[in-house]
Design a binder for this molecule. Sequence first.
Ligand code: ATP
Ligand code: MG
Length: 351
Amino acid sequence: MYDVAVIPGDGIGNEVVEAVEPLLVDVADAHGVSIETTWFDWGSQRYLDEGALMPDDGLDRLEDFDAILLGAVGHPDVPDHVTLRGLRLPITKGFQQHVCKRPAYLFEGVRSPLRGYEGGDIDFVVYRQNTEGEYADVGGREHRGFDNEVAVQASVFTREGTEKLLRPAFEAASERSGHLTNVTKSNAQAHGMVFWDDMVAEVSEDYPDVEVERLLVDAASMDMVRRPDEFDVLVASNLFGDILTDIGGGVMGSLGLAPSTNIDPDGTYPSMFEPVHGSAFDIMGEGIANPLGTVLSASLMFEHLGEDAVAEALWAGVAEQLADADAPRTADIGGSARTVAVTDDLRDRLV
Ligand code: ATP
Ligand code: MG
């Protein structure tokens, strides 16, 4: 039995999680795996009502769960940095979720905006550093000054934070094609990024079977649309990984399909699984959000929990549905179906 904390959050996060959660429970059950979910109504509405996105003891309340499923957080009336610092950052940092692993996979039946690519051609996974780098909070060092003429924003790269991201990435590369692309901007940033490169060189000594390619982030961005089929495993800092994985969502045909994970590689704390997309208030309340990014994130959750059969069933179900021209699909991938029609169809296929 697994205890899963569910934080549907804001906007379409609520809609996709409400549609997907019962499906997960049933698919897991069909494989003899039992999950129990506990829902937390944390997010921007709580901030607007009570002044905080989650309670002070939020981490204590989550700590004993086996995993966390998050919808999305973000609200037009709440500044983005408040949202980030009020919920996602405390969880990812507090639970040492150093690894943000985001696969980009072009499914058969989905049209990539890139011409000439078909199902299966694009299949890479980005390992993004999730706890520091350009998004680090270096208490007090960051500031605006000189009569508001200057702002300083520092980046922090540590051995621990970098190595905990790199080792699982090298493991994955070793199990996949043995190719890893290290994305930095070491020509322009002589400290953090060069430190990062040194860490890659050091960790790579333990993985002689993995061939390391080095790319600057500008070139990597271009290549991700020019030759996405040639990538396999990529490692990148927090900021660069953030950007590259949105390109990943783009080349796989829709941000609504892209899954994400926030993993504590040591397994001390629960890891968190969520779609890449945000709260998308432009389509909120219409019941038309694509739930598949959340289904795929849940597949990665079961994989992390060691329940490979459930993980594979969910992933294969999504692949089968997308390949079926008669199956319901949401507007972002060229259909007109509602969110629940998509999850109902998946249930018919999987349960
Ligand atoms: P946030 O500020 O929380 O990141 P956002 O408003 O920037 O949210 P995103 O989720 O980042 O919105 O997505 C950008 C756009 O992509 C949305 O405005 C929406 O139109 C579309 N989109 C995102 N996710 C989905 C989805 N699951 N289904 C359909 N369309 C989506
Ligand atoms: Mg967004």
